[in-house]
Design a protein around this ligand. Structure first.
Ligand code: HEC
Ligand code: HEC
Length: 470
């Protein structure tokens, strides 16, 4: 009798240890006993998350090392810009949480990296550079603050600013065939923007190309040359492209879609960030979250109502909402004005709507919002709790020069921004200081520790020989 009891107890503790690590306890509320406060809290969190459809994220399928190596080289290489003075990494840099740390980006012609980037001859870009974390996980089918690049995950159909890539039978079918994710489709476009990478008219032949297709062809000439690689190009890129796409035997058969696909493979391999304390908790390690973060999760889905829009596995509904964000930057459709989604949809009802961002690693990716209007995560969250008073009382002093001078103070346009506020955010949410701090703890528990030290991730050199660490 005694002996068998001993065996049972041992078996149970082995199960506990195997299931969730030595320091954790399973959330098994024994019928017949009173649940402890921590068991009650975990049960409440589980219920809250289930209501909001918040689950873990599946890691994307691995890409070949060769494809990732090509993508990494391209991402860090200024050879992709018309005037060889800016790379993807300039605005999406490991040291700045895969963004640039600026309210809105500074385009080609600027100098330096991250928050130290100086405007020089560069244009201010109308919007904030989003981070690239988790841009390649399943469920992310749209890109940009206004989703102007989308890919249907079932049919593969693209909808992008280049009509020849779009639809079920695109004109540029051989390009579109390579664009196997929204992330890959996105990578086609920074090189076509005069302000971002292409360069101003008359400054280089790519800037003066007559179509996007010509831009992409000229870039491929730079990378792999013409005449099956016999004329021009860079030998190291030919080797990288061949290794990444062994089935392509003639260099003339490569198109910029191959480059974009490789860039996306690099981005999602390096920057899938789903091993956060919150994800570990979702995976069963109940000790991975502090009680404060657990209470924050309940507020996030409950009283603070964040999950109305930041729900689901990726903490985004990928829809667009008016959040009454103050306007910073040069403006998109007119000076001091960025109408957001309506510029794409043509619907007045979409004025000032922007896409709900994912929130993993959000503590690392400031400034926040589509124009970087808020330079602290706290201020970003407080804005959501009472957007209209935040818009009315916005402090431009939080922005560094030259961005502070670009805040739009026009009363009429601010009234229109306020009028476009989502019905979901109309009633101010009053949180106590303790509740606010719990909510912040939850947001901080969304940081993947592996994303904290990104310095080793910068290559020493790139195939073009252009500088990488300016
Ligand atoms: C001059 C700065 C700059 C450069 C260079 C740049 N980007 Fe961006 N990137 C931005 C800005 C700004 C946005 C947001 C634009 C918008 O939404 O209208 C953006 C958006 C994106 C997005 C969408 C993220 C999301 O969540 O929707 C991805 C991915 C991305 N860039 C990758 C790249 C790649 C790959 C390159 C190089 C081929 C590149 N960027 C070059 C500034 C830049
Ligand atoms: C009505 C839908 C909605 C609700 C509710 C909502 N958000 Fe947002 N959130 C958005 C949208 C849309 C944006 C981007 C707005 C923009 O840039 O114009 C955003 C931006 C953010 C950002 C900035 C992310 C970045 O990468 O710049 C954070 C942080 C954030 N929300 C947290 C919260 C929290 C916390 C709550 C609850 C207190 C909340 N949100 C409630 C829709 C919503």
């Amino acid at each position: 009798m005694r002996h068998s009891l001993f065996i049972t107890v041992t078996a149970v503790s082995v199960l506990l240890l195997a299931g969730c690590g030595a320091s954790d306890e399973y959330n098994i509320i024994d019928p017949g006993t009173n649940p402890s406060p921590s068991e009650m809290l975990d049960a409440d969190v589980a219920e809250a998350l289930a209501m909001a459809g918040i689950t873990g994220v599946t890691r994307p399928q691995a890409d070949s090392d060769e494809l990732v190596a090509l993508g990494e080289a391209l991402f860090f290489d200024k050879i992709l810009s018309g005037n060889t003075n800016i790379s993807c990494a300039t605005c999406h840099h490991p040291v700045a949480g895969t963004a640039d740390g600026l309210p809105v980006s500074i385009g080609e012609g600027g100098t330096g990296l991250g928050a130290n980037r100086a405007q020089g001859a560069g244009a201010l870009i109308p919007r904030n550079a989003p981070h690239v974390f988790n841009g390649g996980v399943v469920g992310v089918d749209s890109m940009f603050w206004d989703s102007r690049v989308t890919r249907d995950p079932v049919t593969g159909e693209l909808d992008t600013p280049e009509p020849d890539l779009n639809g079920l039978a695109p004109v540029l079918a051989d390009y579109a065939a390579q664009l196997t994710s929204a992330l890959a489709a996105q990578a086609m476009f920074p090189v076509t923007s005069h302000e971002e990478m292409r360069g101003q008219p008359l400054s280089n032949p790519i800037a003066d190309a007559l179509s996007n297709q010509e831009v992409w062809e000229l870039l491929m000439e730079r990378l792999v040359g013409t005449n099956d690689g016999m004329t021009g190009g860079i030998a190291e890129y030919r080797a990288l492209f061949s290794a990444a796409f062994p089935a392509v035997v003639n260099f003339d058969d490569f198109n910029f879609g191959h480059a974009a696909r490789a860039i996306a493979a690099f981005e999602r391999t390096r920057w899938t960030a789903i091993d956060t304390p919150f994800d570990r908790y979702l995976g069963g390690s109940l000790g991975a979250l502090s009680d404060a973060a657990k209470r924050g999760a309940i507020l996030f889905t409950g009283k603070a109502a964040c999950a109305q829009c930041h729900g689901g596995p990726l903490l985004s509904d990928f829809q667009h909402h008016g959040v009454a964000v103050p306007q910073v930057g040069p403006g998109k459709n007119a000076p001091g004005e960025d109408l957001g989604l309506s510029l794409e949809s043509g619907q007045v009802a979409d004025d000032y709507k922007f896409r709900t961002p994912q929130l993993r690693n959000v503590a690392l990716t400031g400034p926040w919002m589509h124009d970087g209007a808020f330079t602290s995560l706290e201020a970003t969250v407080r804005h959501h709790l009472d957007p209209l008073s935040s818009l009315a009382n916005y402090d431009a002093g939080q922005l560094p020069a030259p961005f502070d001078a670009t805040v739009d103070l026009d009363a009429g346009r601010n009234a229109a921004r306020a009028a476009a506020l989502s019905p979901l955010l109309q009633s101010p949410v009053g949180l106590s200081d303790a509740e606010f701090s719990d909510l912040m703890s939850f947001l901080h528990a969304l940081t993947d520790p592996a994303s904290l030290n990104q310095l080793p991730q910068i290559p020493d050199t790139v195939p073009s020989g252009l500088p990488v660490k300016d």
